[in-house]
Write a protein that binds this ligand. Sequence first.
Ligand code: NAD
Ligand code: IPM
Ligand code: MN
Length: 359
Amino acid sequence: AATHKIAVLPGDGIGPEITAVALKALTAAGKAEGEEFVYTEAPIGGAAIDATGDPYPKSTEEVCKAADAVLLASIGGYKWDSLPNAQRPEKGLLRLRASLNAFANLRPAVVLPQLADASTLKREVVEGVDILIVRELVGGIYFGEPRGFKEENGERVGYNTMVYRESEVERIARVAFEAAMKRGKRLCSVEKSNVLEVSQLWKDVVIRVSKDYPEVELSHMYIDNAAMQLIRNPKFFDVVVTGNIFGDILSDEASMLTGSLGMLPSASISEPGKPGIYEPVHGSAPDIAGQDKANPLAMVLSAAMMCRYGLNLPKVADRLESAVTAALDSGFRTGDIMQPGCKQVGCQEMGEVVLSKLQ
Ligand code: NAD
Ligand code: IPM
Ligand code: MN
C-alpha cells in the first residue's frame, strides 16, 4: 500500500460538480485496493483569475509539480470570455500543459455496448468502435510564434503560426507507434501535407519513425478526409496520431460515436519523472453548470486513466471502469446519454450509483 499525492484542479463551470463525484469514487476504489490518495486542491482558470488575477498562479504550478499526478476537471466560462487572450482561463490550461511538458494527449473513444444506441449515428456504424487519438499537446499552432494582432492598410490583422520541429513530431510519433503495438497495430497519421509545409515535415518524420515499427500498418490521411471517414467508417481507425489543433477537433467529433462528450476521458503524458495531467475531453459546459445535470463519467474515467498510466495502479483503474459500466448496466443515465427505458439521474445521483457499484 502506498500514498499518492494528487493535485486536484476543479476549475470552472461543471468542474467542481464532477470533481466531487470523481474524488469520492477514487477514494473508495483506492481503499478497496489498500491505496491512499492525498488531495491538494488548487485554483486554475476563471476560479484562479477571480482569486489571484492569474489563470495559472505560481502556487498552483508548485502544487502540480510536487504531485504524482494532476487531476483536472475543466476551465472557462462566459464571465471571462471577453478578457484578452493572455488573461483567459484557457491560457491557464495551456500554461499548465506547457509547464509540465505534457506533450502526449491520449484520447480514447470507446463505444460501450450499453451506449451504442445513444450515438446520433446508426448502431451498426458505431458498435465495437475503439479508437485512440494521440494528440500532440504542447506545440503546433497553439504555441507557435509569431502570433498576435497588427494594423495593416488601415485594418486589423490577426495571425498565428503553425510550427513543428522534427524532435517534437518524432516523440509524439513514438508514443503513437508504441500504443499501436499494444493494440491493433494500425496507425493513421492525420495532417494537411497537400497544403502545409509543417504537415509535410510531420509526414516525413512519421514515415522515418515507422521504420522502427515494421509490424505497424501505417496510413496517412488529410484532416478533411479524416473528419469524414471518422463518421463514415469509424472502425477503420485504431490509433490516430495528429497535431494539436487537428487532434482537438477530431476528438470532439469522435466523442459523438460514443454517445456523448460527457463520456470521454484523457491522459496527457509528460517525460518520465514528471506528473501527467488527467482530464475529461469536454469543457466547463457553462450552459448546464450548477444545475446538477453534468455527466460525471468522463471525469471518473479520467481518474481511472490516472491510476493506469500515471500511478501504475491498474487494479484501482479496473475497479473504477467496472463501476462505470455497472452503473450503465443498471440503466442509470444522465440527460446527455438518456435513452428510452432508462432512469434519468443528475450528476450527484450518478456519483452515488457509481459509489454503490464500488462497494
Ligand atoms: P463544452 O465541452 O464545455 O460543452 C459543449 C456541449 O457539451 C455543451 O452543450 C455542454 O453542455 C455539453 N457537455 C460537455 N460536457 C458535458 C458533460 N460532462 N455532461 C453533459 N453535457 C456535457 O464546450 P464549449 O461549450 O465549447 O466550451 C465551454 C467552455 O469550456 C469554454 O470556455 C471553453 O474554452 C472551455 N473548454 C475547456 C476545456 C477544458 O477545460 N479542458 C475543454 C473544452 C472547452
Ligand atoms: C481541450 C480544450 C482546450 C484545447 C482549450 C480549452 C484550450 O478544447 O482540452 O480539448 O483546445 O486544448
Ligand atoms: Mn477541445
